[in-house]
Design a protein around this ligand. Structure first.
Ligand code: PLP
Length: 427
């Protein structure tokens, strides 16, 4: 038994399923997850000392690669000043100003510690602001695990084939309307019938929790028109896409100005920082200014904020997103080409440093098409890649991430592994 297996056995004695977030348990691909000891640049190292090229990047935050020297130095300096004060700090002002500078739709921003909190709070705020109860979300989109949003959510839930979670009272989700992603007619019909009762629409403009499925421009434009017409708050969830698909987020690619935006992942650079922000008129409804309550002991934690701020500075280096996009595009075109040469039905797409790979001939445009991906082939591919030192997300329903440290030599090693893995798939 190696150290990973021994730790996984031990973990299961004291942690449910041995993990602190379900997808890490490898349930949908089988096998034992490597226990990660350290990471550097594009690489992870497990407890056995085995090295992997990492395309998970802690599920998105590690856009600079692991252990970026400037970020680590900043964090060390912040630690020297104390870990947490529960009082206002200069860092919070600086990061809020930085977010406002980068994302034009943000007048004001409130920091929280996870994307889940950002989603839960944004929805409470939209309800408080509009005085309405109903909300719209889309099948396959995930906005964290707060009760009202755990309705046919994506990612882990898709993997486990469960439509919603036990423990969520029907009363809590009765006001959550779940519509098909990229279905303009359905959205229009719903607004015609119930528009005046809908507090908000929440959407991933580029969905990353049913693998990667970009919204059509028509869908996002229609959503903006309908929400504006009916006084409904449009919330774009950029927890995954923010500072990842482009410096100015998915909203910049769609040319849309949401009322509220959620951030997470990259904004904390690997530490627990998330945020929601947007129009002043709406944001001013939050306590202490307004009647919508929201709070957090560790919100705006000085060490986490220092890490986030250093990350936000680094991604604004000239040419950063060009380089990131080029490497990600090279990865996808390389994988698609090798699959073709090996005779495997496979497709892929990417935006900025985010990508989707699919065991089906063409990229999916809907939740239904994502469900048509060949999960057995993915499993074989996943394990062959892992055996050959490439760490992909352990589920066919997850997007992947490239960091700025994924250079050509890293891509070439990935292609060598992929050639072997596609041969396994074809067997
Ligand atoms: N929103 C989106 C789009 C996400 O991808 C995630 C997490 O993957 C969340 C919200 C929830 O964020 P967290 O895991 O930090 O609670």
């Amino acid at each position: 038994m190696d150290r990973n297996e021994a730790l996984f056995d031990r973990a299961q004695e004291s942690i449910p399923g041995g993990v602190n977030s379900p997808v890490r348990a490898f349930k949908s691909v089988g096998g034992v997850p490597p226990f990660i000891k350290k990471a550097l640049g594009p690489h992870l190292y497990d407890e056995e000392g085995k090295k992997y090229i990492d395309y998970v990047g802690s599920w998105g935050p590690m856009i600079l690669g692991h252990n970026n020297p400037a970020v680590i130095q900043t964090v060390k300096e912040a630690v020297d000043n104390g870990l947490s004060f529960g009082a206002p700090t200069q860092g919070e002002v600086l990061i809020a100003e930085e977010i406002k500078k980068i994302i034009p739709s943000i007048d004001e921003v409130r920091l929280v510690s996870s994307g889940t909190e950002a989603g839960m709070s944004a929805i409470r705020l939209a309800r408080g602001y509009t005085g309405r109860n109903k909300i719209i979300k889309f099948e396959g989109c995930y906005h964290g695990h707060s009760d009202a949003l755990l309705v046919k959510a994506g990612s882990g839930l898709l993997t486990f084939g469960t439509p919603s979670s036990a423990g969520v009272p029907a009363d809590v989700t009765k006001d959550t309307i779940v519509l098909e992603y990229n279905n303009c007619d359905m959205l229009e019909e719903t607004f015609e019938k119930e528009g005046e009762q809908i507090a908000c629409v929440i959407v991933e403009a580029i969905a990353g929790n049913m693998n990667m499925v970009p919204a059509t421009r028509e869908f996002i434009t229609k959503m903006r028109e309908l929400t504006a017409k009916h006084g409904t708050v449009m919330i774009v969830d950029e927890v995954m896409t923010g500072f990842r698909v482009a410096l100015h987020g998915a909203q910049s690619l769609y040319g849309v100005t949401p009322d509220l935006t959620m951030f997470g992942k990259v904004i904390g650079g690997g530490m627990p920082v998330a945020a929601f922000g947007g129009k002043k008129e709406i944001m001013d409804c939050i306590a202490p200014l307004g009647p919508v309550y929201q709070a957090g002991t560790l919100s705006g934690n000085p060490v986490a904020v220092a890490c986030g701020l250093a990350t936000l500075k680094a991604i604004q280096e000239p040419g950063f997103y060009d380089r990131l996009s080029i490497q990600t595009a090279k990865l996808i075109s390389g994988l698609v080409q090798i699959a073709k040469e090996e005779g495997v039905a496979f497709s892929g797409q990417c935006t900025g440093g985010m990508f989707g790979i699919y065991f089906r001939p063409t990229c999916p445009a809907s939740f239904k098409e994502v469900m048509e991906c060949d999960t057995e082939k993915f499993k074989t591919f996943f394990h062959a890649m892992l055996d050959n030192g490439v760490y992909l997300a352990p589920s066919t329903f997850e997007a992947g991430f490239v960091s700025i440290t994924h250079d050509d030599s890293v891509l070439n090693k990935t292609f060598e592994a992929a050639r072997k893995a596609f041969k396994e798939v074809r067997k």
